[in-house]
Design a protein around this ligand. Structure first.
Ligand code: FES
Ligand SMILES: [Fe+2]
Length: 358
């Protein structure tokens, strides 16, 4: 198993317009993403076969991508279908004999080696996904976003760039102790309250259940939880890059914050966050507030993570963990397994109960 075996979000479906090409980086690989003539998302290596210009700077017409330099045209298979300098000789059988056929380019007309590197794509729940491994160790599926598009539910979607690694981003999204110092007032206020959690590692996931959490969710808790019911709060991490936070406030009011952290390079991560909620009659009115609050909280995290990222770059990752950091230890054990090309699901199941104060 390797990180390349998984699906990574590269765009919102609505961002990928028919005549557009997007430039993305996933696990250090440069991608040019566009829609082919059948509307399907296409991901090619962002390098022209001719003289290495960047295809993502080119143009798309009728589902064909043309290079900005000498105008070679690529179709949805990544096949070169036009070379302006060759004119009509482009399909000359003599050229065909010189070049060696490749798997992808086997039809008669294209039986030369002019085929850009192409990656698998998927489209699901309004996201475009790419997978880098052509032969993955296993057929994983893109993560299914909870209640996306379901009746009675609203989703606010935000995209943010973090200067830190996927693992530190993912850990931040399910880290409670930082909320009182990074998001004071808005999200949670320090009350020296004792919380208990059960942290479980199993099957490539970390599942955290909080106990004794009541009303410490900032000003808008007044609307969402007027009766001060016990809030059922669970956080989870799913290999290799998804975190999900769920608040269940009784009265059928629930909130999910699901983040997919996309590894661009060593210290650059693009995070797609869905805030999906069921606030009954408040649903529509809540949208702008939810967006504003989510974006404000995330901006504070971006700053905190950029500062942490700087020091990690200089001094590495030697940490002094507390019991509250058990989540991080488990998440890192999963991540490190994949980094070693091993399956984290073979790690022994663990479950610990931890108390901490916020
Ligand atoms: S570099 Fe792309 S066509 Fe020449
Ligand atoms: Fe945060």
């Amino acid at each position: 198993m390797q990180f390349e075996d998984f699906w990574y979000v590269v765009a919102l479906s609505q961002e990928l317009k028919p005549n557009a090409v997007l430039s993305r980086t996933v696990l250090g690989e440069w991608l040019a993403i566009f829609r082919g003539d059948n509307g399907e998302a296409v991901a090619l290596q962002d390098r022209c076969l001719h003289r290495n210009s960047r295809l993502s700077r080119g143009n798309v017409r009728q589902g064909m991508l043309s290079c900005p330099y000498h105008g070679w045209v690529y179709d949805k298979q990544g096949k070169v279908v036009s070379v302006p300098s060759e004119g009509d000789d482009h399909f000359n059988p003599l050229i065909e004999q010189i070049d060696i056929g490749s798997e992808e380019c086997t039809t008669k007309a294209y039986r030369h080696k002019r085929c850009a590197k192409k990656y698998e794509t998927r489209e699901q729940e309004g996201y475009v996904y790419v997978r880098l491994a052509a032969n993955p160790s296993e057929e994983f599926q893109p993560f299914s976003m909870p209640y996306y598009g379901k009746p009675g539910w609203e989703t606010v979607r935000v995209i943010n760039h973090f200067q830190n690694t996927v693992i530190n981003c993912a850990e931040n999204f399910i880290d409670i102790p930082h909320t009182v110092s990074v998001h004071p007032g808005i999200f949670r206020t320090s009350r020296k309250q004792k919380l208990e959690m059960t942290v479980e590692r199993k099957n490539g996931a970390v599942l955290v259940k909080y106990q004794k959490e009541t009303n410490n969710l900032g000003w808008y808790a007044r609307f969402l939880n007027p009766k001060k019911n016990e809030i059922k709060h669970t956080d989870s991490f799913y290999m290799p890059n998804v975190t999900s936070v769920e608040y269940n406030m009784g009265n059928r009011r629930r909130l999910f914050i699901t983040s997919q952290s996309i590894p661009e390079t060593e210290d650059s991560t693009l995070v797609y966050t869905d805030v999906t909620f069921n606030y009954g009659i408040w649903n529509k009115i809540a949208r702008p507030f939810v967006r504003w609050t989510a974006q404000k909280i995330i901006r504070q995290d971006i700053e905190a993570l950029a500062i942490q990222g700087e020091a990690i770059k200089k001094y590495g990752t030697q940490f002094a963990n507390t019991p509250a950091d058990t989540i991080h230890v488990f998440v890192e054990s999963i991540f490190n397994q994949i980094a070693r090309k091993k399956d984290p699901r073979i790690l022994p199941n663990r479950s610990v109960r931890v108390s901490f104060w916020v």
